[in-house]
Design a protein around this ligand. Structure first.
Ligand code: P6P
Length: 338
């Protein structure tokens, strides 16, 4: 079968009425920027891009050089095309308006430019996560409040995983699709159309070192998985934890599984570990469009009304049956507490 490039796929999506020309351009620009990020991360020690940048981000986290480089690549790529009204990034406290002198578009772009960057120095897969919203009508100078839209309003979401191969996974709300970067011609080529995540799975992903801090229903749910065939689930389960959300989620998108970053006593005051606007929401959109589910353990992630640009939430996502069971345990426990 003749390979379908990202450009061709975007044209198909425009003809189907799923996206407009401006959103199509936005995705092309983001994909091109991510090819540049792939080159930068691929240089490793030879590119002088490893190690700490010597600065902290809004989250108070020490930035890696590649965090800063990736953020700059995405900002520069999106400044001049006329497809955006503003960008928001994990690496910046406030949204970045499109520079004066350039035309502005109708979209808002949010991204984690290089998620999992703590893995860069040990050569483990990292990735870029992005989400696209519509800029509210009549708003010419978007500020943070204009980004605070529920995940259900997303026009597009995607991630690029920089691994043995560079893959783009993308949704516009009409299925989830995967593109593989052909490094010889520099094009993303459609490699999986209409991905489906199996509802049942035997594989879970969680950072077990936090177990003593979890809430009781999380202890119960994971305890049942660990009990395996002799326990209430009547089967054995396998565990994976890359500690790079994009890599863990891509495994689930590829073969099923369930990912948890639950609330725990250490992070309760922050509301969770992962960020709603540019990690949980885009990943939830991608996973739901592939037939999976995504909750906070109490409610659907994409229905949350955001209260802050860098708001954190608990994340349960992946194979529907397991997300629903773990969520049921939490809702049941809350009900019992009255
Ligand atoms: P922990 C990476 O720092 C990240 O934001 C996600 O990519 C990843 O899933 C999680 O944090 C890992 O957290 O506590 O296991 O280091």
């Amino acid at each position: 079968m003749k390979p379908v490039s990202l450009i061709q796929f975007l044209i198909e999506e425009r003809r189907a009425g799923h996206i407009n020309a401006e959103l199509s351009l936005l995705i092309e620009v983001v994909a091109r920027a991510c090819k540049r990020i792939a080159v930068a991360t691929g240089k490793g020690a030879l590119g002088g891009v490893l190690g700490a940048a010597g600065t902290d981000n809004i989250q108070g986290e020490a930035q890696k050089k590649l965090d800063v480089i990736s953020n700059e690549i995405l900002l520069e790529a999106n400044a001049w095309g006329g497809h955006l009204a503003a960008c928001a990034s994990e690496e910046m406290e406030d949204p970045q308006p499109i520079p004066d002198g350039y035309p502005r578009g109708q979209h808002l772009l949010l991204f984690d430019p290089l998620d999992g960057s703590s893995n860069i120095d040990v050569n483990i897969s990292v990735g870029t996560i992005f989400s696209v919203l519509r800029c509210p009508d009549g708003v010419t100078e978007p500020v943070a409040e204009h980004f605070l839209q529920p995940g259900t309003t997303q026009l597009a979401a995607g991630y690029v995983v920089y691994g043995p191969s560079t893959l783009l996974v993308l949704t516009f709300g009409h299925g989830t699709h995967e593109f593989t970067l052909d490094r010889e011609i520099g094009s993303f080529i459609l490699s999986r159309r209409d991905i489906r995540i199996p509802a049942a799975t035997g594989e879970f992903a969680i950072n077990m070192s936090n177990q003593r801090h979890w809430e009781a229903p999380m202890q119960r749910y994971i305890g049942e998985l660990l009990a395996g065939g002799d326990g209430p689930r009547g089967r054995d389960f396998n565990m994976r934890w890359v500690a790079s959300m994009v890599a863990d989620v891509h495994r689930i998108v590829t073969r099923g599984g369930v990912f948890f970053y639950p609330l725990d006593a250490k992070i309760r005051s922050k509301g969770g570990k992962l960020r709603l606007m540019y990690e949980a929401n885009p990943m939830a959109f991608i996973v739901e469009q592939a037939g999976g589910a995504a909750s906070t353990g109490r409610e659907r992630i994409m229905e949350l009304q955001p209260t802050g640009l860098h708001q954190r939430v608990p994340v349960f996502l992946g194979s529907k049956d397991e997300v629903e069971l773990a969520t049921h345990y939490h809702v049941e426990a809350d009900g019992a507490q009255g």
